[in-house]
Design a protein around this ligand. Structure first.
Ligand code: TEU
Ligand code: CA
Length: 557
C-alpha cells in the first residue's frame, strides 16, 4: 500500500453557517472560523473541510451556488477567506473546500442565460428536454420531492434538477461546462486550497436516453438512481479532471458518492491516483432507512452495521482508500442515532465507544463539528423550528399525500432531519452557546449549558479529550492508518470488535455498542496488557472478560 499524507490525516468538517458568528447577525461566518482555528489545532486534526461559503441564494444553505468565485456576503469577503487560509496554514492545518458542480443555483448567470432561448450559447450548459404527453420528460423524482423536471415557460422545455427546483443540473456532456469547472478549480488551487470535497460527484454523468424508472408502490415518481448514479461517463470525466487539474497539485480529493459500491469505489479512489484520493459511501447511513426513504424511527441493526462496514474494510484494502464517518451536515447526530443520549454518563460513554469503533478502522476519519463534544440531535418542537429544504418539502409531500400523519412525520423530522446536525456549535455557557450575540438562524440546543467545548477542553475524561487522544494515536501508530482489518465475532449482537495488523504489530479494538453487559473471549496475547485507550478508567484486559454497557477499548501488541 502506498503512503500518502491524506491517508494519515484526520479531517474536521466545518459547516460555516453554524460554527461561529463574528458579527451578531446570527449566521456563522469565515472570520468566526478563523477565530476558532486554535481550537481545531489543539484538537489535533490535520485538515479542515469547509462546507460552501460561495455566493448563493442560500435555499440549500450554500449547496446552490450562483458564483463559484465569490463569497456570500453573510459569510464574509474574499479577504476573510484568504486570512482564514493563511492562518490555518501557519498553524499547520490544511483547508479543503466544497466543490458543488453537479448543479448550480438557478440564479447562476449560466442558467439565467440558458433559460432565455433554445439557441442561447449557454443552453447546453444544462439539461433541457421536451415534455411528454403534457407532462415531464420522464417519471424521475427529485431528491427534494416532486418531479426531477421543471417546466420553464419561456422556452416551453423542462430542465433536470436532481435536487431542488432551484438547483438545475449542469450538462457534463458539454466540454465547455467541464472546462469552466476545471478553470474555476485551478483558480482556487492558485489561492492555495489543499483539496476538494466533491458534492454528489457520482451523479454528474446521466444516461443519455433518460428512460422512465420503476415506481414503488403508491409512488408517483421513480428513482433516478439507475440512470444517474455512477453513470456511463463519470470515470472518463474524473480522469479528465485529474489530468487537467488534480494531478498538478498535491490535494486531498474526496468524492461524495451516493450509490457507491465497493467495486465502484475501487475506481473512484483507485490506488494509482487516476481519479480521486477517496470517496464517501452511504450504505451504512442507509441501514436505518425504510419505505418512505429515511423518514422512520427505526434503529440500525448492529449485525448489519458490522457486516457492512467490514465489507468496505476488506473490499478496499490495498485497492482504494476509505473514508470513515458517522456524522456530517446531512445526518442526525450519531450519539442520538446509534448511541444513548438519555443520561450524561451514557451519552459520553456511548459517544466515545462509537468514536473508538470508527477511528481505529482503516481509512481517513472525518469529524463533524460538535461530534467531538458528543453533541446530540436538536431539541426541535414544532415544524417552525426546522429550516432544511429537504425536511420541509418531505413533510409537505408525505403529509399531503396521506402517506404519513403530521405528528408521526414531525417525530421523524426530530429524529432524522438534517437540521439535527446544523444547530449552533456549543462553545460555552454564554447565551446561544457562545455561537452568536444575536438571534441564531436555527435554534440552539438548550443542552449547551451541559454540553459545551469550554467545559470539555479542561476536563480530562471528556468526549473532546477522548477524540484528541484518538487523533494522536493515529498519528503515532502506523497500524491504525495502514493495518489490515479482520472482524471478530461477526454474530455477536452487542460487540463490534476487530483486529488490525501491520508490520508485526497487532491492534485489537473491542466496543460494546449496547446498553447491556456482554462477555468476550479475547484472542491470545492481549490478557494483562494495558489498554492504549479506553472509555472507562478501570478497564482490565482478561482472557474472559465482561464488557460493561458501552465499554470500549483498544490495545496494541
Ligand atoms: O448531499 C447529497 C445527498 O445525497 C443528500 O441528498 C443526502 O442523501 C441527503 O441529504 C440525506 O438525507 C449533498 C450535500 O451534502 C447536501 O447538503 C446537499 O443538499 C445536496 O448534495 C445537494 O447539493
Ligand atoms: Ca455572521
Amino acid at each position: 500500500m502506498k503512503k500518502a499524507w491524506w491517508k494519515e490525516a484526520v479531517v474536521y468538517q466545518v459547516y460555516p453557517r453554524s460554527f461561529q458568528d463574528s458579527n451578531g447577525d446570527g449566521i456563522g461566518d469565515l472570520p468566526g472560523v478563523t477565530a476558532r482555528l486554535p481550537y481545531l489545532r489543539d484538537l489535533g486534526v490535520d485538515v479542515i473541510w469547509l462546507s460552501p461559503f460561495y455566493q448563493s441564494p442560500g435555499k440549500d444553505n450554500g449547496y446552490d451556488i450562483s458564483n463559484y468565485q465569490a463569497i456570500q456576503p453573510e459569510f464574509g469577503t474574499m479577504e476573510d477567506f484568504d486570512t482564514l487560509l493563511s492562518q490555518a496554514h501557519s498553524m499547520g492545518l490544511k483547508v479543503v473546500i466544497d466543490l458543488v458542480v453537479n448543479h448550480t443555483s438557478d440564479e447562476h448567470p449560466w442558467f439565467q442565460e440558458s433559460r432565455k432561448s433554445r439557441d442561447n450559447p449557454y443552453r447546453d450548459y444544462y439539461i433541457w428536454r421536451d415534455g411528454v404527453d403534457g407532462g415531464p420528460p420522464n417519471n424521475w423524482g427529485a431528491s427534494f420531492s416532486g418531479s426531477a423536471w421543471e417546466l420553464d415557460e419561456t422556452t416551453g422545455q423542462y430542465y433536470l434538477h436532481t435536487f431542488g427546483t432551484f438547483q438545475p443540473d449542469l450538462n457534463w456532456e458539454n466540454p465547455a461546462v467541464r472546462q469552466e469547472v476545471y478553470q474555476m478549480m485551478r483558480w482556487w488551487c492558485g489561492r492555495g486550497v489543499d483539496g476538494f470535497r466533491m458534492d454528489v460527484i457520482s451523479m454528474i454523468s446521466k444516461t443519455p436516453q433518460m428512460p422512465d424508472g420503476e415506481c414503488g408502490p403508491g409512488s408517483l415518481y421513480s428513482s433516478f438512481g439507475p440512470y444517474v448514479v455512477n453513470g456511463p461517463h463519470v470515470h472518463t470525466f474524473l480522469q479528465e479532471m485529474n489530468r487537467e487539474v488534480l494531478s498538478k497539485y498535491d490535494l486531498l480529493t474526496v468524492g461524495e458518492c451516493p450509490g457507491l459500491t465497493v467495486e465502484q469505489a475501487c475506481r473512484y479512489a483507485n490506488e494509482d491516483g487516476t481519479e480521486l484520493t477517496m470517496a464517501f459511501q452511504f450504505e451504512h447511513m442507509d441501514l436505518d432507512g425504510g419505505e418512505s426513504f429515511k423518514w422512520n424511527l427505526r434503529k440500525m441493526d448492529l449485525l448489519e452495521l458490522k457486516a457492512n462496514l467490514s465489507k468496505w474494510q476488506y473490499g478496499l484494502n490495498g485497492k482504494a482508500w476509505n473514508s470513515l464517518y458517522w456524522c456530517n451536515h446531512d445526518q442526525p447526530r450519531i450519539v442520538s442515532r446509534l448511541g444513548d443520549d438519555s443520561s450524561p454518563v451514557l451519552r459520553e460513554r456511548s459517544a466515545k465507544a462509537l468514536a473508538l469503533c470508527l477511528h481505529m478502522m482503516q481509512g481517513t476519519p472525518y469529524i463533524f463539528e460538535g461530534e467531538e463534544l458528543g453533541m446530540t440531535n436538536g431539541d426541535f418542537k414544532t415544524l417552525a423550528d426546522f429550516r432544511d429544504v429537504e425536511s420541509l418539502n418531505a413533510y409537505q409531500e408525505l403529509t399531503r399525500s396521506g402517506v404519513m400523519e403530521p405528528e408521526a412525520m414531525l417525530r421523524c423530522l426530530c429524529y432524522k432531519s438534517r437540521d439535527n446536525a446544523r444547530t449552533p456549535m456549543q462553545w460555552n455557557t454564554e447565551p446561544e452557546a457562545g455561537f452568536t450575540t444575536g438571534t441564531p438562524w436555527i435554534r440552539t440546543n438548550a443542552n449547551y449549558t451541559e454540553i459545551n467545548a469550554a467545559e470539555q477542553v479542561t476536563r480530562q475524561d471528556s468526549v473532546y479529550n477522548f477524540y484528541r487522544q484518538l487523533i494522536a494515536l493515529r498519528h503515532t501508530h502506523p497500524v491504525i492508518v495502514y493495518g489490515s482489518y479482520q472482524l471478530l465475532w461477526p454474530e455477536d449482537r452487542q460487540l463490534f470488535a476487530y483486529l488490525r495488523q501491520w508490520e508485526g504489530c497487532t491492534l485489537l479494538a473491542v466496543c460494546n455498542l449496547s446498553g447491556d453487559e456482554d462477555r468476550a473471549e479475547l484472542p491470545q496475547g492481549f490478557a494483562g496488557k494495558a489498554p492504549l485507550i479506553a472509555n472507562l478508567p478501570d478497564t482490565v484486559l482478561e482472557g474472559t472478560m465482561v464488557l460493561r454497557p458501552w465499554e470500549a477499548f483498544a490495545v496494541l501488541v
